[in-house]
Design a protein around this ligand. Structure first.
Ligand SMILES: C[S@@+](CC[C@H](N)C(=O)[O-])C[C@H]1O[C@@H](n2cnc3c(N)ncnc32)[C@H](O)[C@@H]1O
Length: 474
């Protein structure tokens, strides 16, 4: 390698990065990867994952992706792994796999990743290790079988921040030759396996421990080895993120706060253009407009809700981002966003004044009720059609109450046309993101415009908020 130093060669390793993304938004995430990193992503058979090749010189870029929850570097990918029939044989194979895997490039990436985190940590000022409280905001993977190498201590989450950012024991190991601490997390899906994820994590983990002479530690680990098994697809990886990136903007959570990664996916479907006016009329804690104003700063965002607690959460979340901007020395003074308390069915906005409406509607479970949705949804669609610009206006609306939404939409043919639906998993619930186009008809000129006064709107008291945290899993 004439003229290339060993350091340079290491820095420009080509590796496969895996990312977990909100189920249903795999294609959106692949688009973002192509746009921001220039890599073509492969969408896994296992829904909710994408893979792409990068050179390690671009590793920092993957942490800026907005549609990914967790990142890992792939050690080895088997597209069609043949599991033996009996439990003993299948587990023995997994044990024998550990010492023959090509660990070195992935561990090199893990080290580079740690030094990147160290740099970021220094910029932000690394704090002491935090024990995360359990909330329900992790996606529920129905039928998925997840286990770590050892039992978790009671009352802690599977994910626990191992160390302050960048203070990995790898550094200690170099100076004091302490063994690294690790854990194995196994995600298994498929009904043809003779073993559980616990069995796989335990036996594969044991073999990893023996091979590297690392120390197993469920909570203060340096390395998290991932064993993802989906039918016959097996992917072994090393985690590059310690906590899901979907929590990035929100400090004041509400009962149905949407993941920032889902909010990003919805906004991408809106295709925001420069100077667009974008409204979230049921903003809750503001996940959608906050994500929007950070990523699409050339548009103007308006967020509103009829619930005063929701409004104060949004305002607090905006203030938190503003403070972070100021502390980071940003020269741009503010954010192009405003918040108001309003009733969606009587918006204080001019007719035909809005380019995009995007919102996460009450599913009618934790928020509102299914019965009230029969009145609320038609009123929403009508008022949204009034404020949205004819012909060019669009709406991207999330709901799990698909029957009610589809019925309401079918009565609005003159005002809205559905272009497509993206099916997503929201906290274990099957929901639809409906992409609508505003028809050319002026508001007031179609039979759909007529409505009974104030029909369908609810007072804020109707939006009873349970004091439970969730990932928008009503
Ligand atoms: C599913 S939540 C939105 C959650 C939000 N995306 C977040 O990240 O927190 C639906 C919101 O609609 C609001 N809402 C219900 N009916 C409304 C109405 N008529 N006008 C305005 N907001 C309404 C509720 O107060 C609630 O905050």
């Amino acid at each position: 390698m004439a003229g290339v130093s060993v350091d340079e060669a290491i820095q420009s390793l080509s590796v496969t990065i895996g990312a977990t993304v909100p189920t249903g938004f795999e294609h959106t995430a692949a688009e973002e990867v192509q746009e921001k990193i220039g890599a073509i992503a492969r969408i896994s058979k296992d829904r909710g994952r994408i893979y792409f090749e990068i050179s390690t010189v671009h590793l920092h870029k993957v942490h800026h992706l907005k549609s990914v929850d967790n990142l890992f570097v792939v050690v080895k990918h088997y597209d069609n792994y043949q599991f033996k029939e009996t439990k003993e044989e299948a587990l023995l194979d997994l044990q024998q796999l550990a010492p023959v895997l090509p660990w070195d490039p992935a561990l090199e990436v893990w080290k580079i990743n740690n030094s990147l985190k160290k740099k970021r940590g220094r910029r932000r000022g690394a704090g002491p290790p935090k024990l995360k409280t359990c909330d329900a905001s992790e996606p529920v993977q129905p039928q998925a079988d997840v286990a770590e190498l050892k039992e978790k201590p009671e009352g802690t989450c599977a994910e626990q921040e191992p160390n302050p950012e960048g203070e990995h024991d790898s550094d200690i190991q170099e100076t004091e030759a302490k063994p690294l601490k690790f854990r194995v997390t196994c995600n298994r899906a498929g009904d043809k396996h003779s073993f559980t994820s616990n069995d796989a994590a335990r036996d594969f983990g044991g073999a990893v421990q023996e091979f590297f002479q690392w120390k197993a530690d469920m909570t203060r680990f340096d390395v998290e080895v991932l064993l993802n098994i989906h039918n016959n697809e097996v992917v072994i990886g090393i985690a590059l993120t310690e906590e899901s990136l979907h929590r990035r903007n929100i400090t004041h959570f509400g009962p149905t706060t949407l993941r920032s990664t889902l909010a990003y996916g919805m906004l991408r479907l809106c295709k925001p253009q420069m100077s667009d006016i974008i409204v979230d009329p049921m903003c809750g804690s503001g996940a959608i407009p906050l994500e929007g104003v950070i990523e699409w700063s050339n548009s103007f965002f308006l967020s509103g809700d009829n619930n005063d607690m929701a409004i104060s959460r949004t305002v607090n979340n905006i203030n938190h981002i503003l403070k972070k901007k100021q502390d980071g020395g940003s020269i741009s003074p503010g954010l192009s966003i405003d918040t108001a308390q309003w009733d969606l069915c009587n918006l204080p906005l001019k007719t035909s004044s809005v380019d995009i409406i995007t919102t996460d509607m009450p599913f009618g479970k934790r928020m509102g009720s299914r019965k009230r949705n029969w009145d609320l949804y038609p009123s929403c669609l009508r008022e949204m059609a009034r404020v949205c610009r004819p012909d060019t206006g669009r709406a991207v609306l999330l709901t799990q109450d698909k029957k009610c939404f589809t019925k309401a939409l079918s009565r609005m043919g003159g005002l809205w046309r559905k272009t497509h639906t993206v099916w997503v998993n929201v906290g274990g619930l099957h929901a639809g993101v409906f992409v609508l186009r505003r028809m050319a008809a002026l508001f007031g000129s179609t039979p759909e415009d007529v409505r009974e006064p104030r029909m369908g709107c609810v007072s804020q008291d109707d939006n009873i908020e349970e004091n439970v945290q969730s990932s928008r899993s009503e």
